[in-house]
Design a protein. Structure first.
Length: 301
């Protein structure tokens, strides 16, 4: 196997990823095709199918390349060794990141590799029923925000279809104007990712919904099934000038799209204080803890 066997990700590869992930579904938010595809212009992923495993290398602009944990029904411990050999060709400090705790416990040889906890990239997972019902004292403020929105704004909840894509794109453009995305590289990168997701809506086959107020899309959310028990929310946007709109978008999307699914994964906080506070305010049922794996200095790898 040579490094040039790895291929850049393309929409035509979705069928391969779906087949592998159907055999062994992912627990972490990164390991699904939509996430990899929509962020490809920031992370420049390349991939290779090897003995029943998908091996993925991300090459983010201006940063050191790193691997994601091998996925699929093949021998993931062996695939991890092969992946590290490939990463060693790209960097003197090879690493595999966003590795779920279950993967670490099952497949990582702790005599050969060190595992470092990565709190900033660990996923927040909620009981879907909690996000729908918002019951009890701990959700009192959220419920108040929701009720205030429902009483104050006549709105229409709309399921996403191809006709709504342009409306979603217009709303994203307005959101970026409010947040001044052009002055923030991270928001600009996210804007491109949202554009990629929306313009490939039919091919990616995720679920989307919007809140329309006065004939304008003021909030939208995109998500899909991550594994048999969990949905993952890729993007959620709302007009920040409308009180309670974020709470309403979250609650309505969970009620209408995910009520039959036990959990909702709302991804990580990236170490951003405001984002962490917002995600913690919904009281996650559990975290999908993630780790960074590196070869031990004294050992092989």
């Amino acid at each position: 196997m040579a490094s040039d066997d790895f291929r850049e990700i393309d929409i035509a590869h979705k069928e391969i990823f779906d087949r592998v992930l159907h055999q062994e579904p992912s627990e972490t938010s990164e390991l699904n095709f939509t996430n990899l595809f929509m962020w490809r212009h920031r992370n420049h992923p390349v991939w290779l199918e090897w003995k029943g495993c998908l091996m993925i290398v991300l090459r983010p602009s201006g940063n050191t390349p790193f691997g994601l944990p091998p996925m699929g029904p093949g021998n993931k411990g062996e695939a991890l060794e092969v992946l590290f050999a490939e990463l060693g060709k790209l960097s003197p400090e090879p690493r595999v990141c966003r590795v779920g705790e279950a993967f670490v416990n099952r497949y990582v040889d702790r005599e050969r590799y060190d595992a470092f906890f990565d709190r900033d990239n660990s996923d927040y997972v909620y009981m879907t029923a909690d996000l729908i019902e918002l019951s009890g004292r701990k959700y009192h403020r959220k419920k108040n925000h929701l009720n205030r929105f429902l009483k104050s704004y006549p709105f229409e909840y709309r399921h996403m279809d191809i006709e709504l894509v342009e409306c979603f794109l217009d709303m994203q453009e307005k959101w970026c104007e409010i947040r001044e995305c052009v002055n923030n590289p991270e928001l600009l990168s996210e804007d491109y990712a949202v554009y990629e997701a929306l313009t490939h809506f039919e091919a990616l086959d995720y679920h989307g919904a919007a809140i329309e107020i006065g004939s304008r899309i003021e909030a939208f959310s995109l998500g899909e099934i991550l594994n048999p028990h969990t949905a993952v929310i890729h993007i959620e946007k709302a007009n920040p000038d409308i009180p309670g709109l974020y709470v309403a978008m979250n609650q309505l999307f969970c009620r209408n799209a995910w009520s039959e699914i036990e959990y909702v994964n709302r991804e990580q906080d990236l170490g951003i204080a405001g984002l962490r506070k917002a995600k913690e305010s919904y009281f996650p049922h559990h975290m999908v803890n993630k780790y960074t794996i590196v070869p031990k200095i004294s050992g092989g790898g």
